[in-house]
Design a protein around this ligand. Sequence first.
Ligand SMILES: [Zn+2]
Length: 178
Amino acid sequence: MVGEGPCYGIIWAPWRMKYIEEGAGRRDESSCVFCEAPRKDDREALILYRGRHSYIILNKYPYNTAHTMVVPYRHVPSLEDLTREELSEMIIAVKAVLEATRREYKPHGFNVGVNIGEAAGAGIAGHVHIHVVPRWCGDANFTFTVGGVKVMPETLDRTYERLKPVVEEACKNKCALR
Ligand SMILES: [Zn+2]
């Protein structure tokens, strides 16, 4: 879902191998990480917001800093399995995440995408989810520069603390989610 261009390149994220390996062999609801997450508390699961039909979660194995996902509560493999209500809420949640992330992290762009099926690169193919990945010019390098300042990847805890309040605000005030 990321490509080559004048300003961006493919992000190398070797820590994602653990995620892919953990996902291997987990194809039913009983052992699905996206079904399990809402049963934990927000902080433990890295859940940023809970809607009526879907939730917003920080990706534990991110492609980039502040990589989030919008996930329906129902365990279904594809967008065409979702109801109109679920789809509506999820795209509004994407809007809220874009607004919140843009405000807090000032990215130069975003990749928003859905991988449907293992052949398309879905790590957890049984439970559809929408990726929101902020992009900065030069972020394909290990460290990159924004406004003369070198940017280092931050910890998930720090990202969670920064994003949680702005995502909540965007969901409640601007998007009237829930
Ligand atoms: Zn699931």
